[in-house]
Design a protein around this ligand. Structure first.
Ligand code: GLN
Length: 300
């Protein structure tokens, strides 16, 4: 969020607001670190000053919004359960600070590991150099997180990012531009592989975090997710596997021999995904990897 106007408040006023907001966070079961996160990202407060509480003694300080506006935003977090990342308009992911809006899923920490798995798979391949310098695609890119992670990891690759949402593509492009990767990236609006029809057989790797939550589970997710994040990025149909089934079916005609296929999935889907991959018949060296919580989360 940008706000050109600067508001002058005393350090004591801000410290009092922070104390009250922290108590409210505890009462509403919201992580207290989010108070300081908001003060950093929205009010422009320095992290060290917050840590040392040195701002408490400042007689005057300029912040990016008034205390009333700050309180209004905090009430949206507490009462509407609006994720703090949407309020701040940014989220950390891997080494990046990514722009996000309510038109894109907030990239999750567990998804960060997809990039390490892609790097390990490409490096361990007999065709390592070709794979690392080739074409990679992130299908359902959202904020562009995975595509940007790939652009960063494979410095000579061309990265293609596809999403059916224009709003998501605008955010992904903004992030690519901000991080300096835009020259090696291509963006397409469409469904999964569809816009890449002319590039059949050309891809070194496909990485995707598709919607994988069964439709009847979506309404039971926490209010931050179900009331604010795009269901398009979450709802994977009756058994959650609609998008994954499609990616398994179609990917072989787009990947080069020796190309890498890599997705994120939900707890409990590993057996079904492995069976689908075997059944399709073109996949070799199928592996399941767990996330840091020990949940089988990735298929490659
Ligand atoms: N991991 C996300 C969540 O827990 C779901 C993302 C997805 O469906 N790809 O909300």
């Amino acid at each position: 969020m940008t706000n050109q106007q600067l508001n002058v408040v005393s350090g004591l006023q801000l410290w009092q607001w922070r104390t009250k907001a922290t108590q409210a966070a505890i009462a509403h079961n919201v992580p207290v670190v989010e108070v300081d996160w908001l003060l950093q990202e929205i009010a422009g407060l320095d992290r060290l000053a917050l840590r040392l509480e040195s701002f408490k003694g400042w007689s005057e300080m300029a912040i990016g919004l008034s205390l009333e506006e700050l309180e209004q935003l905090w009430q949206r977090r507490l009462c509407d359960r609006l994720p703090v990342q949407y309020i701040a308009g940014v989220t950390p992911w891997r080494k990046f600070k990514l722009a996000v809006s309510s038109g894109v899923l907030i990239p999750r920490p567990e998804t960060e590991y997809l990039i390490d798995l892609a790097v390990a798979a490409a490096t361990n391949s007999e065709k390592a150099l070709q794979l690392q310098q080739g074409h990679w695609v992130d299908l359902g890119t959202g904020s562009g997180a995975i595509a940007l992670g790939l652009a960063d990891a494979f410095s000579e690759a061309t990265i293609h990012a596809v999403d059916c949402s224009f709003e998501a593509l605008a955010i992904a492009k903004e992030n690519a531009h901000n991080l300096g990767f835009v020259d090696r990236m291509r963006f397409y609006q469409g469904r999964w592989w569809e816009p890449l029809n002319l590039l059949k057989g050309q891809f070194s790797g496909m990485v995707s975090n598709p919607p994988y939550i069964p439709s009847d589970i979506v309404p039971t997710l926490q209010p931050e997710v179900v009331n604010h994040e795009p269901h398009l990025a979450l709802d994977g149909g009756a058994d959650g596997l609609d998008a994954i089934r499609h990616l398994i079916e179609v990917a072989p005609s787009y990947l080069k021999p020796g190309g890498i296929w890599l997705i994120e999935m939900m707890a409990g889907q590993a057996d079904a995904v492995t069976t689908l991959l075997h059944k399709q018949g073109s996949y070799e060296n199928i592996q399941i990897h767990s996330d840091l919580a020990g949940i089988e989360r990735f298929a490659i």
